[in-house]
Design a protein around this ligand. Structure first.
Ligand code: ADP
Length: 294
């Protein structure tokens, strides 16, 4: 898989305050990365560095170039937390103006239609709600048809329809092979779409991997079923960390739910009412971020 972003030993200070503390990570082409962390963890600072807006020590390369390079910029679309509000300008005027800055871009009309902005396309930006402004900012990020998108809290203030339409678009972009780095506090949404999750705390990554890895690492997959058999016979199953029996139900905790379930179904018969419970990203995240970072 092609590496699109590679960062090694990134550090960043605001004055005396150390905000990013020796961060290393990579993003592969076509991946959706969920960058999550509590407020103040350093997510926005990291995005600003990747966009070339802040200087840093350590190595960062995007498309084989330094952040902020002309080549990189042509391939990147970004949606930061502040929306562009220009007095007296309408949504369609703004999009047309920005589209004219690109050699190849989506037609503003097409984007307005596809992103469901039609009902307020003729409105002035100053008359829009916070959620509508986020939708316009998303359209701005997309208009140059970028290969890499940085989206910082994109869905804040969006209503349910706008949010659904946003995630639908993200899935389409993924199908088109685009690479997306997205921060959000809506962890159930990140859980659905992210190929990998980077969890940041106090300027460090405390986890990098898939949601599946995270669940397995935290032994958060529980398989429950009914059987007449004694609990001991299930000890042969792979990746099992705990087995209990209560009221005829066997409860198995596993570090690899998929592998355990596969072996269970293959080797044991007469099991009833099998359920597999996977904890949500939000639940695991709270536990993970409450642990001390060494
Ligand atoms: P996040 O996006 O994860 O909420 P930020 O990157 O915005 O975190 O902030 C990381 C840390 O840097 C926080 O402690 C924040 O207070 C601090 N910070 C952010 N911007 C500035 C600034 N312009 N000057 C000084 N400190 C800042």
């Amino acid at each position: 898989m092609k590496t699109l972003i590679e960062a090694t030993h990134l550090k960043f200070n605001y004055g005396q305050k150390s905000v990013l503390k020796d961060i290393s990570f990579r993003v592969n082409s076509g991946e959706i990365i969920g960058l999550i962390g509590e407020n103040g963890a350093g997510k926005t600072t990291l995005l600003n560095i990747l966009l070339g807006l802040y200087p840093t020590t350590g190595d960062v390369v995007l498309f084989g170039k330094q952040p902020g390079s002309k080549v990189g910029k042509a391939h990147i679309g970004s949606m930061l937390q502040t929306d562009m509000v220009i007095q007296g300008v309408t949504v369609s005027e703004l999009l047309a103006e920005i589209a004219s800055c690109y050699e190849t871009s989506f037609s503003p009309e097409q984007l307005i239609k596809e992103l469901h902005l039609t009902t307020f396309a003729k409105e002035r930006l100053t008359n829009l709600s916070g959620g509508q402004l986020r939708q316009v900012t998303f359209a701005i990020a997309l208009i140059g048809n970028p290969d890499l998108l940085f989206l910082d809290e994109p869905t804040v203030g969006m209503d349910v329809q706008a949010r659904q339409s946003f995630w639908h678009r993200i899935r389409l972009l993924k199908q088109q092979g685009k690479t997306i780095v997205i921060t959000s506090h809506y962890l159930n949404e990140i859980q659905e779409v992210a190929d990998r999750i980077l969890v940041m705390k106090n300027g460090q990554f405390i986890f990098q991997g898939s949601f599946n890895d995270l669940q397995n690492q935290h032994q958060r997959v529980e398989i429950v079923f009914q059987t007449e058999r004694a609990s001991d016979v299930f000890k042969v199953l792979p990746h099992v960390t705990e087995i209990n029996k209560s009221d005829g139900n066997i409860h198995i905790r596993s570090t690899d739910g998929d592998a355990t379930l596969y072996a269970l179904m293959k080797n044991f018969k007469h099991l009833h009412q099998i359920t597999v419970t996977r904890e949500s990203l939000e639940t695991i995240f709270v536990q993970l971020t409450n642990q001390e970072v060494k």
